[in-house]
Ligand binder design. Structure first.
Ligand SMILES: [Zn+2]
Ligand SMILES: [Zn+2]
Length: 513
């Protein structure tokens, strides 16, 4: 029977070397399948077509009639190449049983069938050929081995499988390029760059021709996903290539404003300027972090304290403007990209702190003993659960390097190495309901969400603490609100019935109580 899978009748063409010129945009090195008027009658098909279409019976018949399975076609391509590029597992098994040569070089690129399967991203075919003994370290006519091709075409599962099967993650191809350089240059998703770095690829190797590092190759393409990964794993932003260009110079040449800004930010992390005290403080990462943590406390305190002042309204206005000025200056001077991560937790801490300070200072005399006891008990419980949610392991899935490789091979060989089931950062099989937290960069069992208010993932390990934290928070807030109403009705001379709504803002602004 005719399979419905579209055959791949065109061999890969050799334009890969064209990628080496950073001034030329890359062309896809695989020609799109051309429409063809193949004879679809199984009884008339030649053996090449039959292999491409996966017609095992026809292939068997022609081989039985005397066709040599290692006979190359006029394009110097063997049947095994055509079976590999079209992912025809049954035909590959049959051809191998008929002693087809596994690593025969063929086609315009002088590639093996394994190279063709890798280019097309057929992981099951790669697994099958390697199980029969195909050698992934062989080079094609352009000097690329399997892992280089897999990186060029961003076939992450194949990259993972080849590494798990022992391919060197820093292997250099015929032109001195590493797999990481190829993925930084060609793959615009996070993977396989992140995967390569996770398993120990060196981001600071330079290629032979241009002496570019992986960061140069990523900068040439403005590949931000790769650049972020590379810098995180220690790529040197000051490394120079043969023309004495750093990645910053390449970004400037391409007038890529966003990239220039990001590289400046990355470099800012490492720069230390000792010329003045302010600059020294500014370039100190810890000082910047402390300032970012303290400012939300300060702002929330002043938001309450300024309206509370026993001063005329214009003094309060000046105080508010001064506060704004100070906070704005601190923001411009000390705040960096980490503020987004810190702000929620700091607001969470400072609101809790001032809620309880206000309660202890103003509100408790206006509550009944029972309400005070409940408020105290639920506060203690809330703080404990808050701490536990924040500090307890949310269920991070741990795995040794050897276990990871074993898992990859196991998944690939059972046809389960799909990105939905496999985490390419942690290199582990994702258990059901687990997820990779991009904020914390780890896989968490029974992942619920990453909670910025407690700065931790919520998963199997701390989910019950999180629910108890929210449960304890509720009576705290209800009783606090109730205490506020009591306080206002007992301490304030105005009432809504007698004075209307205007009385409330005027109490704050004009201090008329
Ligand atoms: Zn993960
Ligand atoms: Zn997280």
């Amino acid at each position: 029977m005719m399979e419905e899978v579209k055959p791949y009748p065109v061999q890969p063409s050799g334009e890969t070397l064209g990628y080496y010129d950073p001034h030329n945009p890359p062309a896809d090195s695989i020609t799109e399948p051309k429409s063809e008027n193949a004879k679809t009658d199984p009884d008339q098909m030649d053996i090449v077509k039959a292999t491409q279409y996966g017609m095992i019976d026809r292939v068997r018949k022609l081989v039985d009639e005397g066709y040599d399975v290692n006979e190359p076609d006029p394009e110097n391509v063997t049947l095994l190449h055509w079976a590999a590029i079209n992912n025809r597992a049954e035909i590959v098994r049959y051809l191998v049983s008929k002693e087809a040569i596994l690593d025969k070089l063929g086609g315009d690129l002088n590639s093996t069938p394994l190279h063709w399967a890798v280019r097309q991203g057929h992981l099951p075919m790669v697994v099958l050929l390697m199980q029969y003994g195909a050698d992934p370290s062989l080079r094609d006519g352009e000097g690329c081995s399997g892992i280089h091709l897999a990186c060029q075409f961003a076939h992450t599962p194949i990259v993972a499988y080849l590494i798990a099967k022992g391919q060197d993650v820093n292997m250099i191809d015929g032109n001195g390029m590493t797999p990481l350089m190829w993925s930084s240059y060609k793959a615009f998703s996070m993977d396989p760059t992140r995967l390569l770095l996770t398993v120990g690829a060196n981001p600071n190797i330079q290629d032979k021709k241009f002496e570019n590092g992986a960061l140069h190759w990523a900068a040439v393409q403005g590949n931000m996903a790769a650049i972020n990964c590379l810098v995180k794993f220690g790529a040197d932003t000051y490394m120079e290539n043969k023309s004495h260009q750093t990645c910053m110079d390449l970004a400037k040449l391409r007038r890529n404003g966003y990239l220039i800004m990001r590289i400046k930010e990355f470099r800012g992390e490492a720069e230390v300027d000792n010329s003045t005290i302010l600059k020294r403080l500014k370039s100190n990462k810890t000082v910047r972090k402390r300032v970012m943590q303290i400012v939300p406390f300060l702002v929330i305190f002043l938001m309450g304290a300024i309206p509370q002042l026993s001063q005329p309204w214009w003094v309060k206005l000046i105080a508010a403007l001064c506060t704004y000025g100070v906070v704005y200056t601190l923001f411009r001077t000390f705040f960096d990209h980490r503020f987004g991560e810190l702000v929620s937790l700091c607001i969470s801490f400072s609101t809790k702190f001032f809620l309880h300070t206000t309660y202890a200072y103003f509100l408790w005399p206006h509550q009944s003993l029972l309400h005070n006891v409940i408020f105290f008990a639920s506060s203690v419980c809330m703080y404990y659960q808050f701490w536990a949610t924040m500090k307890r392991d949310p269920g991070v899935i741990q795995c040794s390097q050897e276990d990871r490789k074993r898992t990859i091979i196991e998944l690939a060989e059972t046809g389960q190495l799909e990105l939905s089931k496999f985490c390419t950062t942690c290199l582990i099989k994702r258990p059901i309901r687990s997820k990779h937290c991009s904020h914390c960069d780890r896989c968490v069992a029974r992942f619920d969400h990453h909670c910025p208010w407690v700065d931790n993932c919520i998963g199997s390990g701390n989910h019950h603490h999180f629910v108890l934290y929210l449960t304890a928070l509720l009576p705290c807030l209800v009783l606090y609100f109730y205490a506020c109403i009591n306080y206002w009705s007992e301490e304030c001379t105005t009432t809504f019935q007698d004075d209307g709504f205007r009385a409330y803002p005027s109490q704050v602004l004009l201090n008329k109580v």
